[in-house]
Ligand binder design. Structure first.
Ligand SMILES: C[S@@+](CC[C@H](N)C(=O)[O-])C[C@H]1O[C@@H](n2cnc3c(N)ncnc32)[C@H](O)[C@@H]1O
Length: 270
């Protein structure tokens, strides 16, 4: 698989994205309901990754509708195409596109969706939002689900390395041209791109050991800890302490975390 953005494109990351989708699936479907995504529509999944959301959207819009999944990681799109064939899904289409360069079209989609995507595009964000606006039909809804802040992440009881790990993620994104607080700038930027802002909601909160959100945050520590250390944004001693204490608090019946907070915005093309 290719490695073409700073989180990485490979088989283990694909499996992490599958787990991540399972952890946030209920909240994602609730966002689609608020956006009014429904049978017969043509919906775009922007920065779709391997297409776990695109496949759910394909079921939502049904045989009379269709989903176009756009991503620049061809390996993820190949997985989506194979998975669609395996499941007998015929209304999802994959399109290899770097959305900082490629225009998805004009007045083509009834709806558009993205999740964990805009945080990677900071320098190009205004232009991408304008492209997305242009790609929607008048009245089309754009449903966005992105980090509002990582600074809400905390652990009870306090453990070694937890806060250092959170700070490391914020810095890792920043050094690579991303922004883990992208959600703070989205409403005004969407308005500037021509959207009318509808609902604004937040998701995330308390998770206890082995809740899906607990496992989701723990998997980031397991999969990326070494990378954060080798990139110089986290100390090795903090990572070692984190791994030891995280394993210990997982057996503590009173332990809990508060997750990062994600913002969900529904914006309409006027
Ligand atoms: C963290 S993954 C999220 C995938 C999916 N949206 C989800 O929620 O499961 C981010 C995705 O954005 C894609 N991406 C990053 N920059 C992109 C760009 N400029 N154009 C298209 N896709 C991009 C990556 O290839 C990756 O698949």
């Amino acid at each position: 698989m290719t490695e073409d953005y700073f989180i990485g494109v490979h088989a283990r990351e694909l499996e992490r994205l599958r787990e991540q989708h399972a952890a946030w699936r209920t909240q994602t479907h609730a966002l689609w309901a608020r956006a009014g995504f429904t049978t017969g529509q043509h919906v775009a999944d922007l920065g779709s990754g391997p297409g776990f959301t695109a496949l759910d959207l394909a079921a939502l819009v049904g045989a009379a509708g269709s989903v176009t999944a756009l991503d620049k990681a061809s390996a993820y799109l190949e997985f989506l195409q194979a998975e669609a064939r395996r499941r007998g899904v015929t209304n999802v289409h994959a399109r290899d596109a770097d959305l900082t360069r490629v225009d998805p079209g004009t007045n083509v989609f009834d709806g558009a969706f993205c999740r964990f995507f805009l945080a990677f595009l900071i320098d190009a964000l205004d232009g991408v939002l304008e492209r997305i606006h242009r790609s929607l039909k008048p009245g089309g809804a754009f449903a966005v689900m992105e980090y509002l802040t990582l600074e809400s992440a905390t652990c009870s009881p306090p453990i070694r390395g937890f806060d250092a790990h959170t700070r490391a993620w914020i810095e890792y994104y920043r050094r690579n041209g991303g922004d883990t607080a992208v959600g703070r700038t989205l409403a005004p930027k969407l308005a500037a791109a021509g959207f009318e802002i509808g609902s604004i909601e937040c998701v995330g909160g308390i998770a206890r050991p082995f809740d899906p959100w607990w496992s989701w945050w723990g998997r980031l520590m397991a999969d990326f800890g070494e990378k954060l250390v080798s990139d110089g944004v986290m100390d090795r001693a903090d990572l070692r302490g984190l791994h030891e204490d995280w394993a210990r608090v997982a057996t503590d019946p009173h332990a809990f975390i508060h997750t990062p907070v994600l913002v969900q915005i529904v914006a309409k093309k006027r």
